[in-house]
Design a protein. Structure first.
Length: 299
């Protein structure tokens, strides 16, 4: 069987779209359709049900998808082992990370990675969790680092570090002068939060629910896309916010922000690595090894 046909089939099955696959692979849509047709003729089976908006796998396509996943994983493993046999780790590594992880966790890991594997060209893209997952499905990224608790079809999702979330206010706040408040008081104060689709927002809302605080009752005054924007807005006393403690270490030390304790509430979350296991390159595997070897010292 033509391995390139198999790779193409696998990409279409993940994208559920012929035109999107054509864009990713830099070929024409007619070429994608023709190669899938050749594969269907070869196997004497219809692999996709096509509609105007997307394609879905047929029962035969489902069988091939599972087998293709194993075959491509094996081929990737062979390539990795041959490369390792040569004693070199080289190539590209495209990483996607949420803003908090990208700004406060990954720089130290990437620095250690580059010292060990200088021949690898590392590219880091920072965006929210939903965008990272989308880019993984489009095969634009090799590895993703997210804050979301949700699980995603066909993606391996592994926790690698626990992070503490804290409530912050301006040190000179007129909104709240104390450093402790009750759960009821939390919903009466102006609140600043990340945008919809942010892993941080998902975790905050989930954690509040577990602590019997309804997120819909928060008096949200601002929704912002960047951690730095939230910190600036809180420093300007526009509201309070829940944020990763690792993201405000400097501000807490300088005294521009203060931590507010919520009675009876502790907020923690996990950071996750996400990837397609069958598409894992040697460059990605080596970064994963570094993440787990250093994750204890990052907490």
């Amino acid at each position: 069987m033509n391995l390139e046909y198999l790779r193409l089939f696998y990409a279409v099955a993940n994208n559920k779209n012929f035109s999107q696959t054509a864009k990713e692979l830099h070929i024409s849509q007619s070429s994608v359709s023709l190669q899938i047709k050749h594969l269907e003729d070869m196997l004497q089976a219809k692999l996709f049900e096509r509609t105007t908006k997307k394609v879905e796998l047929t029962p035969a396509g489902q069988i091939l998808y599972q087998k293709a996943k194993k075959m491509l994983f094996l081929m990737n493993e062979i390539q990795n082992e041959l490369q390792e046999l040569k004693g070199e780790v080289a190539g590209h590594l495209n990483i996607g990370a949420s803003l908090t992880i990208g700004e406060h966790v990954l720089p130290f890991l990437i620095a250690g990675y580059k010292k060990r594997y200088p021949l690898v060209d590392v590219h880091l893209k920072m965006c929210n969790s939903e965008q990272i997952i989308e880019k993984l499905y489009k095969h634009e990224l090799n590895l993703g680092f997210i804050e979301s608790m949700l699980s995603y079809p066909n993606l391996k999702q592994i926790p690698f570090q626990e992070d503490e979330l804290i409530l912050i206010a301006s040190s000179s706040s007129q909104i709240i002068e104390s450093t402790r408040l009750s759960k009821d008081e939390l919903t009466s104060l102006p609140f600043i939060i990340r945008e919809k689709g942010s892993g941080t927002r998902q975790v905050i809302e989930g954690s509040l629910r577990k602590n019997e605080v309804d997120p819909s009752q928060l008096k949200t005054v601002l929704e912002l896309e960047h951690t730095e924007s939230i910190k600036s807005a809180v420093e300007a006393d526009l509201g309070i916010a829940i944020i990763s403690k690792s993201a405000v270490k400097k501000e807490l030390q300088l005294g521009t922000l203060k931590e507010i304790k919520i009675e009876g509430v502790t907020l923690t979350r996990q950071f996750y690595m996400v990837y397609f296991e069958e598409a894992l390159q040697l460059t990605s595997k080596k970064l994963i090894e570094i993440v787990f070897s250093q994750s204890g010292s990052l907490s």
